[in-house]
Design a protein around this ligand. Structure first.
Ligand code: SF4
Length: 423
């Protein structure tokens, strides 16, 4: 199979994938007890009524989970004891367990979380100063202002972005990516994706707690419980291709958005795809309002194919029209992600071609200097070369950002922490 042999046979599935078709790549892990985070008000109320409980108890359970972040049924004090016992015996209430953390001086934190079957996924928390409040004061779709970590404490206002994974490993085989190096294991369930976010937010809440509370550990009793936090933004750009786990992704996005759960405005959530054209078209028909980012990384087929095998199935002449459909349906500017790799895709010619694509799609371009991955040959361009690439876009009036390196010191390239832990 030549140099793409490591991708595996799963890619053959994409060849006859039509919009609206249903398919599953790989397996999903089956838990002994289903995660409660996959439940909706209707599904949980139906279960409760079936055991003779009142339907309104479902709302109380969600209030404990998502508003108070209490995950032990025994602590849900307004529920009858018998119901607490039933809940504990019926559902898995534990968010994923954080097992390792890397922290960068630039305030990028990468968490390794262990799922129930022992699989490991990566979650990244990015904290940044809140440069300027938006016109709406940062309110979400329902008019609420998110309680970012700093906002909760009142000591500083910092913007919190959480980057989520949707699969254990990845089958897409992008040649610059550590997640793709070890292949694909399985999809995350919707409950695991939600649990991943809640686990990350629990860590953020503990960090946001005033130092005096966190430091009360020696002999003075337990520190007071951390105040729940909400992220300002969620980006689904971690391990895995989100659109290859489409149904679970959508179910999780609905929980993020739902007023009975996290209530995050859809425009605060961005899903990133390497370019699964049929799923982009499906996503364009969804009414969620979630933002879309497309990993381009090459502005011509010849360059893109060298690092993204998906381009052989869905080349630019198919990908770009699908992006146009999404933009038209949602009226939103999409983002083109572009990792700058020394000597591969950082030429003036690629910059000009990228400017043409961005102008056609009315897209924002996010340039990301490559994070070196051990075992892979790609290097970051010299900063002057990245700056020149950026200038070419700017001179053509393309909305673009050249990302400051975040997390370079903590193996922030997707999949690196998981590989280190396994070694
Ligand atoms: S870049 Fe994304 S789609 Fe490509 S191999 Fe890595 S995780 Fe998968």
């Amino acid at each position: 199979m030549g140099e793409w042999g490591q991708i595996g046979p799963l890619h053959a599935l994409f060849l006859d994938l039509a919009p609206g078709s249903s398919f599953k790549v790989g397996m999903s892990f089956v838990l002994e007890k289903p995660p409660v985070f996959a439940e909706t008000p209707d599904s949980l109320a139906a279960r409760l009524v079936a055991i003779g409980e009142k339907a309104f108890r479902a709302g109380q359970v969600f209030d404990w989970l998502y508003k108070k972040r209490v995950f032990a049924p025994a602590d849900m004090k307004n529920l009858p004891v018998s119901l607490r016992t039933w809940l504990a015996g019926t559902f898995d209430f534990e968010p994923n367990q954080p097992v390792r953390e890397s922290i960068s001086g630039d305030e990028t934190r990468k968490h390794l979380q262990r799922l129930r079957d022992g699989s490991l996924v990566e979650t990244v928390l990015l904290s940044a100063p809140r440069e300027a409040e938006s016109e709406d004061g940062g309110a979400d779709a329902e008019g609420r202002v998110p309680s970012g970590a700093g906002a909760v404490t009142g000591h500083s206002r910092r913007r919190l972005t959480v980057c989520l994974s949707t699969q254990v490993g990845c089958a897409m085989g992008c040649r610059f990516c550590a997640s793709g190096l070890e292949g694909f294991s399985r999809n995350l369930s919707a409950g695991e994706i939600v649990g991943q976010l809640l686990s990350a937010l629990s860590v953020a809440a503990r960090e946001a707690a005033p130092k005096t509370a966190r430091d009360v550990v020696s002999g003075a009793g337990s520190p007071p419980p951390a105040v729940p936090v909400l992220p300002d933004n969620i980006v689904v750009m971690g391990m895995g291709e989100p659109f290859a786990n489409y149904d679970n992704l959508l179910a999780a996005l609905r929980v993020f958005n739902a007023p009975w759960a996290l209530g995050l405005g859809a425009r605060r959530v961005t899903v990133s795809t390497c370019g699964l054209v049929p799923r982009i078209l499906d996503f364009a028909r969804e009414s969620l309002g979630t933002r879309l980012a497309v990993s381009l990384h090459g502005a011509t087929n010849a360059v893109r194919e060298q690092i993204m095998p998906i381009n052989k199935t869905w080349p630019l002449e198919k990908l770009l029209p699908a992006c146009e459909v999404f933009s038209r349906e949602h009226g939103r500017m999409l983002t083109l992600e572009y990792i700058l790799i020394d000597g591969l895709n950082d030429s003036s010619g690629q910059a000009l071609a990228l400017a043409g694509i961005a102008a056609r799609l009315h897209a924002h371009v996010n340039l990301i200097p490559c994070n070196p991955v051990p075992g892979l040959p790609w290097r970051r361009p010299p900063s002057a070369r990245s700056a020149r690439f950026f200038d070419i876009l700017c001179h053509r009036n393309i909305s673009a950002t050249l990302r400051r390196e975040k997390g370079a010191g903590i193996d922030a390239a997707c999949g690196q922490l998981r590989r280190q832990h396994a070694a």
